[in-house]
Design a protein around this ligand. Structure first.
Ligand code: SF4
Ligand code: SF4
Length: 181
């Protein structure tokens, strides 16, 4: 989405970015390593995976001095992985309310920016991707949570499991595309 071209506010410094296993898969496929961490949560939460009765999520790493590991300092775009940034970043600062695309009320994104019609169309597509990707993440999490791996495994194993599931999904999606072509 072109709406964000970076700014002095930079939501990328302020927020801790939640990652789906789909985001981790896409970013890893572009050759990046060591960009995420696993955070233990106090209890059950949306998108969390369970290991030995405890709940965890995936988050983007920050630099020691603050800011996302992919945040560029200077340049046209703030994001160093603009084309395959996480879906939550791609959709920000837009959300869907009662089926309508709106800008978030509590956004950090500078006030006074008015999205164009093109921005709104891109926001809709980014939100569609966001919802699809997190739906896929939740399906993989459910499969994991109902398996013996969740009972006897360890948090890092979830990532290996999720990436393997994504490889299978991506091969099946390619096959499906070839069959339809
Ligand atoms: S991935 Fe890109 S857009 Fe998302 S927080 Fe990091 S620098 Fe910002
Ligand atoms: S606050 Fe808005 S314009 Fe600034 S980096 Fe974030 S999304 Fe981009």
């Amino acid at each position: 989405m072109e709406f964000c071209r970076g700014c002095e506010v930079s939501c990328c410094s302020r927020y801790y970015i939640p990652l789906s296993i789909v985001d981790v898969f896409i970013i890893s496929m572009h050759g990046w390593k060591d960009f995420y961490y696993i955070e233990q949560r106090d209890g059950e939460c949306n998108g969390c995976f369970r290991v030995r009765g405890k709940y965890y999520t995936l988050k983007m790493k920050k630099r020691i001095q603050g800011g996302c590991v992919f945040l560029k300092e200077g340049g046209e775009y703030a994001c160093g992985i603009h084309e395959y940034k996480p879906s939550v970043c791609a959709a920000y600062p837009f959300t869907r309310e009662d089926g309508k695309i709106v800008m978030m009320e509590n956004r950090e994104c500078p006030k006074g920016r008015t999205p164009t019609e093109k921005d709104m169309m891109e926001a809709e597509s980014a939100l569609d991707d966001y919802e699809y990707e997190w739906g896929l993440h939740n399906r993989i999490v459910n499969k994991w949570n109902n398996s013996l791996l969740s009972k006897y495994g360890w948090p890092g194993l979830f990532v290996a499991y999720g990436l393997a599931q994504m490889l299978i999904w991506s091969a099946a999606a390619k096959l499906n595309k070839i069959e339809r072509d």
